[in-house]
Design a binder for this molecule. Structure first.
Ligand code: ZN
Length: 161
């Protein structure tokens, strides 16, 4: 039986947020009137390193350049990964039964049992070459004949050679 599994490569598509955002039409966000752009006193903090007055939402101090605020949560930073896994495996397994010449199991078994050391069962199976070897070596000194007997014993009936 031959196994032929064709496994195509799985496609993984990553779409970062930036790309998804870029596909959307660019809209000019109007400034929200509820929040003044620069309110004096509010929305500013002092850098804990250099003491300069910086915007409250500033992550990095504009004066000393050090990071004063933690970045947004790590989940928000991670890009959205869309895995498009289209599995198109084609299984072409077929039960392959080699159709040779049918041989009767019990005929071969009896021939092997009585004349195995002469290779008669191998002549019956059509294996002339090894049959001659079996004939002149007494079934590979009995070992080959014995192995053949076990081999034929577990064959289906009929079996094909
Ligand atoms: Zn600073």
């Amino acid at each position: 039986m031959e196994t032929n599994i064709t496994e195509k490569e799985t496609q993984t598509t990553q779409q970062p947020i930036q790309q998804a955002a870029a596909q959307q039409p660019i809209q000019t966000v109007p400034q929200q009137p509820m929040q003044p752009a620069a309110a004096p006193g509010t929305g500013t903090v002092f850098c804990k390193f250099c003491g300069s007055q910086i915007a409250a939402e500033a992550v990095i101090c504009t004066h000393c350049g050090r990071q004063v605020e933690q970045l947004q949560s790590a989940q928000a930073v991670q890009p959205q990964v869309i895995i498009n896994n289209s599995n198109s495996n084609v299984n072409t397994n077929t039960v392959y039964v080699p159709m040779g010449k049918p041989k009767n199991k019990w005929v071969a078994l009896i021939l092997c049992f009585f004349f195995g050391v002469f290779g008669i069962h191998r002549f019956y199976e059509g294996k002339i070459g090894t049959g001659i070897i079996w004939f002149f070596t007494l079934g590979l000194f009995g070992i080959g004949a014995f192995i053949d007997f076990i081999r034929i014993l577990f064959k289906p009936n009929p079996y094909y050679v």
